[in-house]
Design a protein around this ligand. Structure first.
Ligand SMILES: O=c1ccn([C@@H]2O[C@H](COP(=O)(O)O)[C@@H](O)[C@H]2O)c(=O)[nH]1
Length: 276
């Protein structure tokens, strides 16, 4: 059966270009390493280089919104160019904005990140479910109707996440497993509208077998995870859907466009070899 919605777009992208999400995080130390000013102009140039190096090669890119927001409206303009440039070059774009609010405000975030008329329109956005999974409904509805996705935080790569995400609910399931189960219920239609964020840095302890959606897994490179760790972290049916991500580890190979693209291709090949 042909999978509809984001499932088709995601499957096609990773089949053509491989399973690795390239983070686009213009950290100030990286700007300096690339010989760029720590300013809106520096972020804009950083973005142009990333579009040229990664847009035509990467299956998925993930600009980290915070590093663009730090420079106000000029930074946001640079982010708009990164999103549009990478999409035009054939990469799927995850806007890593980690949005989440009561439903009526979530509707405004949805317009910003998932509406075709918005200058920030991406293929998906990251969201926090800690105002309740149901509060994300405006984004899930929009994503489902337009072949997009919302990547919901489940078991994050940072050590501080465990206290909340591994806490037990009244029924004995962990908070994170509750997010997984809610996501799987939405994805039962086969559209893969809900992706999850599950870090590559440690065992996640989740049952992801019913998810049928993309699993964004940050932590490769700067946070210490390696491609060789992936088969252990994602040992079950989840392996088929996992999308490992690296930002600083890849970006450290810039600013040369060829070197940055080669770094992406090298890590992607290592990921593919490890996941089989
Ligand atoms: O659990 C999470 C969720 C999101 N992130 C984001 O991914 C990148 C990681 O950057 P690296 O340089 O590869 O460490 C960054 O934008 C985080 O905000 C995450 O790390 N973990």
């Amino acid at each position: 059966m042909t999978e509809p919605g984001y499932a088709t777009r995601y499957r096609d992208a990773v089949a053509a270009r491989g399973r690795l999400c390239a983070g686009i995080d213009p950290h100030p130390p990286l700007l300096e390493k690339w010989g760029l000013p720590v300013s809106a102009a520096g972020v804009a140039r950083f973005g142009e280089i990333c579009v040229e190096a990664l847009g035509p090669a990467a299956s998925v890119v993930k600009p980290q919104v915070a590093f663009f927001e730090a420079f106000g409206s000029a930074g946001i303009a640079a982010l708009e160019s990164v999103i549009a440039g990478c999409r035009a070059a054939g990469a799927l774009v995850i806007a890593d904005a980690k949005r989440g609010d009561i439903g009526s405000t979530m509707a405004a975030y949805t317009t910003a990140w998932l509406d075709d008329e918005s200058p920030l329109c991406a293929d998906s956005v990251t969201a926090s479910p800690y105002l309740g999974f149901g509060s994300l409904s405006p984004a899930l509805d929009k994503a489902g109707a337009t072949g997009r996705a919302v990547y919901v935080l489940a078991r994050t790569s940072n050590p501080e996440g465990a206290e909340l995400q591994r806490a037990q609910r009244g029924d004995g399931a962990s908070v994170a497993q509750g997010i997984v189960d809610a996501a799987a219920a939405v994805n039962a239609d086969g559209r893969a509208t809900v992706g999850l964020v599950v870090g590559a840095t440690r065992a996640h302890g989740l049952d992801l077998s019913a998810l049928r959606g993309s699993i964004l897994s940050p932590g490769l490179g700067a946070q210490g995870a390696t491609p060789a760790d992936l088969p252990e972290v994602f040992a079950g049916a989840d392996r088929d859907w996992v999308l490992p991500a690296s930002s600083r580890g890849l970006l450290a190979q810039g600013p040369d466009v060829g070197a940055l693209r080669a770094a992406y291709e090298r890590v992607r090949d290592e990921v593919e070899a490890a996941l089989g």
